[in-house]
Write a protein that binds this ligand. Structure first.
Ligand code: HDD
Length: 683
């Protein structure tokens, strides 16, 4: 290649041409392009010439760049990683990936929100998708789960109605990415089976601090099957090693404006910095006897099995350690399918799962444009594969040789493998063909009550506020009343608090449950706050700095944050940063109005006397501190910055506010941060 040269446009602007550092630009068919700035014209001011194949190809391709977004879970973010088996499950399943302790399986994971379109903000109050593609030696296994262990509906027949009701209303085209509107609550209040899920979606679970701090669930009951055909039921769980954490609604509202990509950025930064997020895979395994004794139907996706009844056995670790090279190629084109299972894993008769098995395959045709979407590298298996499927749009792997049929006498082509091949579990089925719902699916309230009663007082308050917020956005009074009628069956205090929040003068009539509500014991495992992670690892500290601060204090905070496994971001009045007392200069990552304290897990303000006075005049700096206090954050302040507190915050500093008198206080502060929030300030 020759050295780069510069060409000049008519206004003197420069364009670098191909050389050592840049390969020659070509058309799709490899023809080198001489000029990528100007289309071919008849004369300098003349019309375009139709023969300009370079222009036509470029625009043709651009015009066709978009593919349909996913009908649900359109907004998502993916990463590559590995799954390591930490305990062999050979007694339960012949699935190859679970046979050997230490076995590593490549995975691709995509997290998502459900209702919003591709460009919607990350912190919408919504369920999160947690879809994992395992590239096993026996083919791809897709565990397409959510961060909530139950679902809205019992039968896939109602899925289109659910999604229509949740998404923007069809006449007006809004609201976007939220369920706070009449259509959603109209549908939900007419579907008592959704009440358990309603408790979950109105809880802090739908406001995860990031993908790294949320659980995942396979939701359905699946089967694990041994080579001898012995089957056990199984529920899959993902447990984040860093613990579960959520943001407050008020933080979510601010973050959606300041950083709509909050969750994407978090995953990107963690993986790029080598802080690889991990989850343990857990299984709840049970047999037919347990299933028969369980008061609810294990095939009903609106029910969970409390961990206190069947403990979660940890069997592997998922580590995400590589971002895709290209978002579209992998994250956008990845196609998950519940139908992708491997020998040793099987479906149950859960009617939601059975319906999903149709929908996921079907939807890929629309989205990816043809039957060969598994030829796209992110979807292709990593193990050898061979079959006689051929042709179709964009075929890359047609069968080779003469025989593209089986049986054939050419001695060519792949053959079935009775030894290694997938066999369905031989379930015995009986009964007439009917459109029906099993009687055992009829209790819609008991687990909703159990969930609510398993929450701490703070979490219950959040559920109340979320319901009040959402229902206040419903114009139709009858819908609000119908919902509160359901809440009366779940819990009196909940119904009353919501009715009060909605300004109802009297409680509406209670719903009439088909089955008496069971007095189930609370399940502490269902609460986030009752199971604190006790670590600040993986969290982010926001440090607001001014000119004139001591380098020693900043270094002490940096060291303490590093020691705690947290990251630290500097914020200043300009991204230029600040001049330290010793004359040194530090750059900031953020300017104060772009970095509200809601974006951080804890904050510090390092200010000199003069710096604190300037901050006191700055609306964004005052809001930074006032919000940190209002959100129950741990706050560290240099003595001068305490003055800012007194000017900004209408309450005395409490034990969650730590003064940085000496560098050693930085460690004390980071230790306090392990609690994540100083809840008593909010109580
Ligand atoms: Fe679904 C996508 C999770 C019920 C139909 N679903 C999708 C994704 C996740 C889930 C995580 C995104 C996958 C990705 O990242 O590409 N869905 C669930 C869970 C459910 C569930 C946990 C209940 C337990 N889904 C469900 C039902 C149906 C669908 C009942 C239809 C009968 N889901 C789809 C879909 C999507 C999808 C339309 C849209 C894009 C895609 O499949 O690939 O087919």
């Amino acid at each position: 290649m020759k050295d780069p040269e510069q060409t000049r446009g008519p206004g003197g602007e420069t364009h670098q041409t191909a050389g050592e550092d840049h390969p020659a630009m070509t058309t799709q068919v490899g023809m080198p392009i001489s000029d990528d700035q100007n289309s071919l014209k008849a004369g300098p001011r003349g019309p375009h010439l139709l023969e300009d194949q370079v222009f036509r190809e470029k625009l043709f391709h651009f015009d066709h760049e978009r593919i349909p977004e996913r009908v649900v879970h359109a907004r998502g973010y993916g990463a590559h990683g590995t799954f390591e088996t930490t305990e062999s499950l050979e007694d339960l399943t012949c699935a190859d990936l679970f046979q050997r302790k230490g076995e590593k399986t490549e995975v691709f994971v995509r997290f998502s929100t459900v209702a919003g379109s591709k460009g919607s903000p990350d912190l919408a109050r919504d369920v999160r998708g947690f879809a994992v593609k395992f590239y096993t030696r026996q083919g791809n296994w897709d565990l397409v789960g959510n961060n909530i262990p139950v679902f809205f509906i019992q039968d896939a027949m109602k899925f289109p109605d659910l999604i229509h009701a949740a998404k923007a209303e069809p006449d007006r085209g809004f609201p976007q990415a939220q369920t706070a509107h009449d259509n959603f609550w109209d549908f939900i209040s007419l579907m008592p089976e959704s009440m358990h899920m309603v408790m979950w979606i109105m809880s802090d679970r739908t406001l995860p601090r990031s993908f790294r701090f949320m659980e995942g669930f396979g939701v359905h009951t699946f089967r694990m099957v041994t080579a001898e055909g012995k089957s056990s039921f199984v529920k899959f769980h993902w447990k984040p090693k860093l613990g579960v954490q959520s943001v407050l609604w008020d933080e979510a509202v601010t973050i959606n404006g300041a950083d709509p990509d909050f969750h994407r950025r978090d995953l990107w930064e963690a993986i790029q910095s080598g802080d690889f997020p991990q989850w343990e895979l857990g299984v709840q395994v049970f047999d037919d006897d347990f299933a028969d004794r369980f008061p609810f139907d294990v095939l009903d996706a609106t029910k969970l099995i409390p961990e206190e009844e069947v403990p979660v056995r940890k069997v592997g670790v998922l580590t995400l350690d590589r971002m895709p090279d290209n978002f579209f190629l992998e994250t956008e084109q990845v196609a998950f399918q519940t139908g992708n299972i491997v020998p040793g894993i099987d479906h149950s008769n859960d009617p939601l799962l059975q319906g999903r098995n149709f929908s996921y395959l079907d939807t890929q045709l629309k989205r990816l444009g043809g039957p060969n979407f598994n030829h796209i590298p992110v979807n292709a298996p990593r193990c050898p594969f061979a079959n006689l499927q051929q042709d179709g749009h964009m075929a890359m792997h047609n069968p080779r040789g003469r025989a593209n049929y089986e049986p054939n006498s050419h001695g060519e082509g792949p053959r079935e493998d009775p030894e290694r091949g997938f066999r369905s579990f031989e379930a015995r089925e009986q009964g007439g063909k009917r459109r029906t719902r099993a009687e055992s699916f009829a209790d819609h309230y008991s687990q909703a009550r159990q969930f609510y009663r398993s929450q701490t007082a703070i979490e219950q308050e959040h559920i109340v506020s979320a319901l009040v917020f959402e229902l206040s956005k419903c114009d139709i009074e009858a819908i609000r009343a119908r919902m509160v009628g359901h809440l009366r069956v779940i819990d009196d205090h909940l119904a009353q608090a919501v009715a009060e929040g909605l300004g109802m003068e009297e409680l509406p009539e209670a719903a009439d449950p088909a089955r008496p509500v069971e007095k189930t014991e609370p399940s502490p495992a269902l609460s986030i706050l009752a199971n604190p992670p006790g670590t600040f690892r993986g969290r982010k500290l926001g440090v607001l700095i001014t000119d004139g601060i001591e380098a020693e204090m900043l270094d002490a905070l940096r060291d303490a944050a590093k020691e705690a496994g947290a990251t630290l971001e500097l914020i200043a009045r300009t991204v230029g940063g600040a001049t330290l007392a010793d004359g040194g200069r530090v750059a900031a990552q953020e300017k104060i109005d772009g970095a509200p304290s809601a974006r951080y897990d804890a904050v510090a303000v390092l200010a000199s006397q003069a710096g604190a006075r300037r901050l006191a005049d700055d609306h964004d700096a005052r809001r930074f501190l006032a919000d940190a206090c209002a959100h129950g954050k741990f706050v560290a302040l240099t003595p001068a910055a305490r003055d800012l507190w007194f000017e900004t915050v209408p309450q005395e500093p409490d034990e969650g506010v730590i003064t940085l008198d000496a560098p050693a206080d930085a460690t004390r502060f980071l230790e306090a941060c392990r609690e994540l929030r100083f809840w008593s300030r909010l109580g």
